[in-house]
Write a protein that binds this ligand. Structure first.
Ligand code: FE2
Ligand code: FE2
Length: 304
């Protein structure tokens, strides 16, 4: 399968390199507004009131940054599954080089802006990275399906965090990162489309499995659930976003529900995807009502 898909990897890598614009992370950090911290430089310790960001945006930034931090684990998983040779290896190394600037620039940004607690962030980073991350996918096709969904979900998470952060430079930076994630998604989506043509049944099963079980790579972050609920209630990333901006566009772009050449196994998987989308829509509607109540109770005036 890897050999059969290698010409696709070569073609899509070439397309990626032609479309990707390298950018300079240091240009997106507001160095002039930065201040030394306590410790060896004897500056000022971080105080919660120094952050101009809402708690939900702080939560989203912490999740996004710690997710980007875990790049060594992702590189390892991809190298194990797809190998380090030929076009597969060239893609993984290039992708890793691009991903690496995301954590570097986000961390510099949050430190310069004093946007989140730097001590808590570092403790979380150590715990999160020390735990490692495993793809947990059984086949190459599962891995490709997961990467396709995950890159698009990550694009939305960065884009929406930027849009709601209320910081012009922060929005510019997160839009820039989201543009990288978009190109990564286009690479994996193109590859998965070729896989769907070459191995329709197996690819459809892999996509059904991945969609039904999808979890963001950051779910292992200590305290993830509480942060994710606040992020969801703020509309940064929730089931509606997942459905409207991730699942629906992917199903449409890959023509999943009208894919030709399916046998009984692929047909069942296709049906499973249809049912999953219905379930997701219903869950999103229930969650919407819950978030509306959460947001309303937060804006209630304090009793005298
Ligand atoms: Fe990234
Ligand atoms: Fe990416």
């Amino acid at each position: 399968m890897l050999r059969e898909l290698e010409p696709s990897v070569e073609r899509l890598l070439e397309r990626h390199l032609a479309a990707a614009h390298d950018w300079l992370p240091h240009q997106f950090v507001p160095w002039s507004g930065a201040q030394d911290f306590d410790g060896p430089l004897e500056g000022a310790a971080w105080q919660p009131e120094q952050s101009a960001l809402s708690p939900a945006v702080q939560d989203a930034l912490v999740i996004n940054l710690l997710t980007e931090d875990n790049l060594p684990s992702y590189h390892f998983e991809i190298a194990v599954q797809l190998g380090r040779d030929g076009a597969w290896g060239a893609w993984n190394h290039r992708w890793t080089a691009e991903e690496d600037r995301h954590s570097a620039v986000l961390r510099a940004f949050v430190h310069a802006r004093r946007a989140v607690d730097p001590v808590a962030l570092e403790h979380l980073r150590i715990r999160h990275m020390a735990a490692g991350w495993s793809l947990g996918c059984s086949t190459v096709l599962h891995g490709l399906a997961y990467a396709t969904v995950q890159e698009l979900a990550t694009r939305q998470a960065h884009r929406n965090t930027g849009a709601l952060c209320g910081d012009r430079l922060g929005e510019m930076l997160m839009t820039r990162i989201a543009a990288d994630e978009n190109l990564h998604m286009l690479f994996y989506r193109g590859l998965f489309a070729d896989a769907l043509r070459a191995f329709p049944d197996d690819a459809m099963v892999a996509l059904a499995d991945v969609l039904c079980e999808f979890r963001m790579p950051g779910t292992g972050i200590p305290g993830f659930r509480a942060r994710a609920v606040r992020v969801a209630a703020a509309g940064i990333y929730n089931l509606d976003v997942h459905h409207e901006h991730v699942v629906q566009p992917l199903l449409r772009a890959l023509s999943v529900m009208t894919a030709p050449g399916l046998g009984p196994v692929g047909g069942q998987a296709q049906e499973r995807i249809g049912l999953y989308e219905e379930r997701l829509k219903a869950q999103a509607a229930r969650a919407r009502a819950l978030y509306a109540r959460m947001n309303a109770s937060r804006t209630l005036p304090l009793s005298p």
